[in-house]
Design a protein around this ligand. Structure first.
Ligand code: KG4
Ligand code: ZN
Length: 343
């Protein structure tokens, strides 16, 4: 069985082909950073247009790289939500029309289920059940994952997502979009203890709040600028490091509480912020302390990609005998908790 995966929910076009037993046969990723950078954030209409221009040639490239033809595919999985409606429609339309023409399955995939399962593409894949820390640009959730489609959200952000906070603070430091990875890079040379920033909701349940931390960072940046409008390189790095330390501390603290409360034996890190090196190191240390095995995919599988969509589609396709008519499903809002097990 070979499944093509198509990801177009936001500002990255991702295409990959997956075959069980062999893994990812070929993949391509096109980032729209250069298009949106001038605007400081994603412009939905420009995102859709770029997906339209890139997607079909990328599908052809991936098939050629895997030495396959369209007729060798057994199913096409595509991100059906959540995401930008225009961007989702581009992937859904191509997936459904190709599937219709080929007479094969078109599998609508929940983007966050893709993130949750991405670590299973690695050699050392976790088994169910596990605790997942899902940290992306739009989501920050602690999920008790019992099995495919059995997701119980036990903690989530009350305001900003972790990635959003990284991006906003990066912007305040005049770092280019997308700010998260830039801020992390700058933080590496900084002193994380120079600026005392809060760890919101510490020891208060499993929910997160990042808007207070973001405001505290904004005030600290403002105070530093009041002393010298052009922040010197050391101060910028120290601000970045202090923010990153507070954000990572907060995420790690909640993971500890959630692992202790649930007794789950494994922790899986998923989503774009999962690419953060300090976060990975902290959670690995936490796992060693608690005797919990920690799994995280390589950075390219943490951020948006086509492989995780192909893999999630494969899981759904094989888990239940049913038809997957080639319909275009596009759901800009689609809570993960609405997903059900295959049967
Ligand atoms: O999962 P993702 O690629 O897209 C969404 O589904 O949102 O996550 C993107 C988010 C952005 O906010 C980005 O700044 C953040 O992940 N991110 C990082 C790092 N790499 C990506 N945040 C902190 N440190 C990183 N190394
Ligand atoms: Zn994502």
């Amino acid at each position: 069985m070979r499944i093509l995966g198509i990801e177009t929910s936001c500002d990255e076009t991702g295409v990959a082909v997956f075959e069980p037993g062999r893994g990812v046969l070929a993949e391509r990723l096109a980032s729209q950073i250069a298009i949106h950078a001038a605007f400081g954030g994603v412009v939905p209409e420009l995102a859709s247009r770029d997906h339209i221009a890139k997607l079909l040639p990328m599908v052809e490239e991936v098939l050629a790289a895997a030495n396959l033809e369209l007729g060798d595919l057994d199913a096409i999985a595509y991100t059906a939500g959540p995401g930008l409606i225009g961007a989702l429609m581009v992937g859904g339309s191509l997936a459904a029309s190709l599937a219709y023409g080929l007479g094969i399955a078109a599998i609508p995939v929940h983007h966050l289920e893709g993130h949750l399962l991405a670590c299973m593409l690695e050699k050392e894949a976790p088994e169910f059940p596990f605790l997942a820390l899902l940290v992306s640009g739009g989501h920050t959730q602690l999920i008790d994952v019992a099995a495919l489609g059995r997701y119980r959200i036990i903690g989530e952000t009350l305001d900003d997502a972790a990635g959003e906070a990284f991006d906003k603070v990066a912007r305040l430091l005049a770092l280019p979009y997308p700010g998260g990875p830039e801020l992390a890079r700058l933080a590496e040379s900084g002193d994380p203890e120079r600026f005392a920033l809060p760890r919101p909701l510490k020891n208060q349940g499993l929910d997160f709040s990042f808007s207070g931390l973001k405001t505290a960072a904004r005030l600290a940046i403002g105070a530093a600028r009041a002393q010298s409008a052009d922040l010197d390189a050391t101060t910028r790095a120290d601000l970045a490091a202090s923010f990153q330390a507070a954000a990572v501390d907060t995420l790690a603290g909640k993971c500890r509480q959630a692992l202790e409360a649930t007794g789950l034996p494994r922790l899986v890190i998923a989503g774009g912020v999962g690419a953060n090196r300090l976060l990975r190191a902290r959670l690995e240390a936490l796992g060693r302390q608690l005797g919990v095995r920690v799994y995280y995919p390589r950075p390219a599988l943490c951020t948006d990609n086509g492989a995780m969509i192909a893999y999630a589609g494969y899981c759904r396709h094989t888990a239940a005998a049913r038809d997957w008519p080639p319909r275009i499903v596009a759901r800009p809002r689609w809570p993960l908790a609405e997903l059900a097990p295959p049967n």
